[in-house]
Design a protein around this ligand. Structure first.
Ligand SMILES: [Zn+2]
Ligand SMILES: [Zn+2]
Length: 585
């Protein structure tokens, strides 16, 4: 069987063939293979609806039953222009090809401008051989797409399909897709009333609602507490700083396309000579605090942490939910140390990262070492040193890892930890970077044991990465069923009738005193409606209290995912919850 990419690309041609048969005056764009499938862009006389997909799919199946041979021909551009007469997009592509000749593929009555490769034929009738294009595909969606991705060009109709080598692979993929859709954090964010993104505020900017803001704070408090215990010191730096600072750090040169444009204060008054920059990273601010006094080797390692909100420019078309945004808060930290301390520091950062990820329930990881990118600062020798120190730490920790060539940051190589979820997706969270370059650029020093000035080594690390992204990942990972300790609302107390309200409020009070996030649901609605709401809101515990519970000082418990688990004395329930929160259940 041919390579899966070849099968997918061949299917895109057959789909175009089917569209040509069904809608003869179609003009064709391009149709490549993509991850998991393929697409083709069409300029159609009428717009398509999802109901058209089965019809096109049926036509493809009909075509696949025939023996359609893919024939490659190399022809002159003049000849090609004749063949693609009336096909403006193809003619445009032909004009752009620098060579004198072009390659075309004929498959049945459909001809395409294409370099290939393709399968030989849709059928292979010799015995013992399977079909070259297995019937393991599905057309999935219709979308609008500008010709060449440029909004000044006409909008074409893009049909997407998925294709695999076997029906089983296709079925597994579609099941996983359906599961992923249920876990979509953008939908969960709305359903659980955590956040929204508002056209009026701008794309990629998150507006946290009360429940989302609490969730964010629970996470922030927890990790900050852990960092302080590990010997980090809290610092805080402004959201804007002089543009000059970003020139020193190399950001304006190597990171410009990720930054918002500078602010020209001269436009307000002539006295303001300097331009300012919205910060894309926290490093330069932390470096200035380091440099504010003469440092001795006795102070190293020095570890500064900040839940630093940064802003990075992403094109409006590329922002996505919480996972790709324009403003986000990093659980950032910078460590400065001596060469002798470096290995140990990286290993402790690792240990801390893995411990925290486990606390949040992530059990499986993939680890990547990203090396020097095309655009970089510093000497090759420094890059070699930093890459080796990361490798040393990985090998010392006995962790399996893969190399990601050229994916480092402009100032240094990095280690990334991706967590895997129950449906096999990997999410990038932790990043640890070793940097010999910024300390040199900023002329950072410390006085060593011999009383001489020496340049410290810098580690940049964010363990959860961005809190926005982390919450998005948590929501998808748990399909919205956040662990009890993270749930913005942990307990609802539901009185059966108005005469049970007093006791319900007592129960709520007892919970709140212990720090549990709890409320009485005394709205004028039926108990079953309140239970249903609680289940939709994914509340871990719903407590129903009526005559019996008031009399016995007990609660009837409905546990998320389990339903009614019976009656329990209130004191016993409070102990149970306390233990579960401590155990990060
Ligand atoms: Zn092609
Ligand atoms: Zn940094």
């Amino acid at each position: 069987m041919a390579k899966i990419e070849t099968i997918r690309h061949s299917l895109s041609h057959i789909m175009a063939y089917a569209v040509q048969e069904l809608f003869p005056d179609t003009r064709f764009g391009i149709g490549p293979a993509i991850e998991n499938g393929f697409y083709y862009d069409f300029d159609l006389k009428r717009s398509l609806a999802p109901e058209d997909l089965p019809k096109i799919e049926g036509k493809i199946k009909e075509l696949l039953k025939k023996e359609i041979v893919f024939k490659k021909k190399i022809i002159s551009k003049e000849e090609a222009k004749k063949i693609f007469k009336g096909q403006p997009y193809k003619l445009e592509l032909i004009r752009e090809i620098p060579e004198k000749t072009v390659s075309i593929y004929e498959s049945g009555d459909f001809v395409d401008l294409c370099a290939g490769p393709h399968v030989k034929s849709t059928l292979q009738l010799r015995s013992g051989q399977s079909k070259e294009i297995p019937e393991a595909f599905k057309l999935t969606k219709i979308a609008g797409a500008y010709w060449k991705g440029n909004e000044k060009n006409p909008m074409l109709t893009r049909i997407y399909g998925v294709a695999f080598k076997s029906k089983k692979e296709l079925k597994d993929f579609l099941l996983k897709e359906a599961e992923a859709e249920k876990r979509d954090h953008r939908k969960l964010g709305q359903k659980l009333d955590l956040f929204h993104i508002d056209e009026k505020a701008g794309p990629g900017l998150i507006l946290w609602h009360p429940k989302g803001a609490i969730l964010k704070k629970i996470i922030e408090d927890y990790i900050l507490g852990a960092y302080l215990k590990e010997g980090y010191q809290l610092v805080n730096t402004p959201h804007i700083a002089k543009l000059n600072l970003w020139e020193t750090s190399g950001h304006t040169q190597f990171y410009r396309e990720n930054m918002f444009p500078p602010m020209h204060l001269r436009e307000i008054t002539q006295e303001e000579k300097d331009d300012y920059q919205l910060k894309p990273m926290n490093c330069p601010g932390h470096i200035l605090i380091y440099k504010n006094e003469v440092r001795s080797y006795r102070q190293l390692p020095l570890r500064y942490t900040e839940l630093g909100t940064v802003y990075r420019y992403e094109r409006s078309g590329t922002v996505y939910g919480l996972t790709r945004v324009r403003g986000f808060t990093q659980d950032d930290a910078h460590i400065w140390c001596t060469p002798e301390q470096l290995g140990g520091e990286i290993i402790s950062v690792f240990k801390l990262a893995l411990r925290l990820l486990r606390d949040f329930g992530f059990k499986e990881y993939e680890i990547y070492l990203s090396t020097r990118p095309k655009k970089y600062v510093g000497t090759l020798k420094n890059w070699q040193k930093s890459t080796n120190s990361l490798k040393y730490a990985l090998e010392k920790s006995k962790l399996k890892y893969q190399i990601d060539p050229g994916e480092g940051v402009f100032y240094g190589p990095k280690i990334d930890i991706k967590v895997k979820d129950s449906i096999g997706r990997a999410w990038q969270l932790t990043t640890i970077q070793v940097d010999f370059n910024l300390p040199e650029k900023f002329q950072m020093t410390y006085i060593n044991k011999n009383g001489k000035k020496q340049t410290p080594i810098m580690i940049h690390r964010a363990l959860l990465g961005s809190l926005e992204r982390f919450i998005g990942v948590l929501l998808e990972y748990y399909a919205g069923n956040l662990p009890l300790w993270l749930s913005p609302e942990q307990i609802w107390v539901i009185p059966v009738g108005s005469r049970h309200e007093k006791y319900a409020k007592e129960v709520t009070k007892r919970c709140q005193v212990l720090g549990f996030r709890c409320q009485t649901k005394d709205e004028n609605e039926t108990v079953s409606k309140k239970i249903r709401d609680g289940e939709i809101q994914k509340i871990p515990y719903l407590l129903v209290v009526g005559d019996k519970e008031v009399k016995e000082k007990s609660v009837r418990i409905r546990e998320r995912g389990k339903g009614d688990i019976g009656i329990m004395k209130l004191d016993k329930f409070l102990d149970k919850v306390k233990i579960e929160i401590e155990r990060k259940k």
